[in-house]
Design a binder for this molecule. Structure first.
Ligand code: SF4
Length: 280
C-alpha cells in the first residue's frame, strides 16, 4: 500500500461529512488485494477489490487468506532461504517468501485507485467489483464504499455468498448495479457440511434479489466429490423455480491451485482433489 494514496482524494468531498463521520464507527475490513483490468468479475473491464473476512469455511476455498478478519503472515517455504537475519518483513525479504495478508485502506483511497482506470470502464461498460472474503460481512462499510463509487460515476458489482442478514441486502440494493451471488449447494445438509453454514438465509436473500428485479449473474462452482452429481441439476431447478433465467447462471470449474497458500498460512489443506465432476 502506498501512503500517498491516502491524500488528496475526492470521495469524502463527493459525500460531504458522511464518510468522515462513519469511518471508524462501522466494521471496516482489511483489504487483501486489488485486481485491475478484471474481465470475469462483471460487465466490461473492472477493478476488483478483495476484502478480508468471511463467515463461511468452504473446504474448497481458493482464497484461504480471506477467511479470517485479522491480518495474517504467510511464509512460502519453497521460496524461503532461511536468512539468519530474517525480520518477518514483506518489504525486505529478498526472495518474497513472506507475505502479509490484510492491509487497511480508506474508502477514499479505494475510490481514487478505481478512478485511475475510468476511461477503460467508460469504453467497455465496466466499473468496480467488491469481492472477498465476504463483503456483506462488512455491509455498512460496503454501503459507504458503493455510495462513494456511485458518486464518482462508477458502476458497482457485488461478488457475494449472500450469507448475510436480510437488512444488509435491503441497504445494498440501492447502491449495487449488479450482483454476482454464489449458489454453492441446493441440499442444505451438503451445504452445511462443506461450507459450515446452512443455505436457508442465502436462498431467502436470493429470492429477495429476484423480487427486487436486481441484475444478477449467479455463479455455481462445481466441486467434484462435494457439490457435483444430483446437486448440479437440483441447483439449476431451484434457480429456474424462483425465476432466474439460465442465461443468468454460470457454472464455474473447480481448481485446486491454492494448496501452497494453506501451507504458507499454517492452515490444514482441506481442498478436495481435482477430478472430473459427476453429472446425473
Ligand atoms: S465463501 Fe468464498 S471466501 Fe468464504 S470460505 Fe467460501 S470460498 Fe472462501
Amino acid at each position: 500500500m502506498k501512503r500517498r494514496e491516502f491524500i488528496g482524494i475526492g470521495a469524502a468531498a463527493l459525500l460531504p461529512g458522511l464518510l468522515v463521520a462513519r469511518e471508524g464507527r462501522v466494521k471496516t475490513p482489511l483489504m487483501l488485494d486489488t485486481k485491475r483490468f478484471a474481465i470475469h468479475d462483471g460487465p466490461g473491464v473492472r477493478t476488483t477489490f478483495f476484502v478480508k473476512g468471511c463467515p463461511l469455511k468452504c473446504v474448497w476455498c481458493h482464497n484461504p487468506e480471506s477467511i479470517k478478519d485479522e491480518a495474517q503472515w504467510a511464509r512460502f517455504q519453497h521460496l524461503c532461504q532461511h536468512h539468519a537475519t530474517c525480520t518477518m518483513d514483506e518489504a525486505t525479504c529478498p526472495t518474497r517468501a513472506l507475505k502479509l495478508y490484510g492491509k487497511p485502506w480508506t474508502i477514499d483511497a479505494l475510490v481514487k485507485k478505481a478512478l485511475e482506470d475510468k476511461p477503460f470502464y467508460d469504453r467497455t461498460g465496466g466499473g468496480v467489483t467488491l469481492s472477498g472474503g465476504e463483503p456483506l460481512r462488512f455491509w455498512e462499510w460496503a454501503y459507504d464504499f458503493f455510495a462513494a463509487c456511485r458518486a464518482a460515476g462508477l458502476h458497482t458489482c457485488l461478488d457475494t455468498s449472500l450469507y448475510a442478514p436480510p437488512l444488509a441486502i435491503e441497504k445494498m440494493l440501492p447502491v449495487t448495479d449488479m450482483w454476482l451471488p454464489d449458489y454453492k449447494a441446493e441440499d442444505d445438509a451438503l451445504h452445511a457440511r462443506h461450507t459450515g453454514v446452512s443455505n436457508k438465509i442465502i436462498k431467502k436473500n436470493l429470492e429477495r434479489l429476484v423480487a427486487a428485479k436486481a441484475k444478477l449473474e449467479v455463479r455455481m462452482l462445481i466441486v467434484p466429490g462435494c457439490t457435483d452429481g444430483a446437486d448440479i441439476r437440483a441447483r439449476h431447478d431451484y434457480l429456474r423455480s424462483i425465476g432466474i433465467a439460465d442465461k443468468d447462471v454460470v457454472e464455474l470449474e473447480y481448481f485446486d491451485y491454492a494448496r501452497s497458500k494453506y501451507l504458507a498460512l499454517g492452515m490444514p489443506d482441506t481442498m478436495p482433489e481435482k477430478k472430473e465432476p459427476v453429472r446425473l
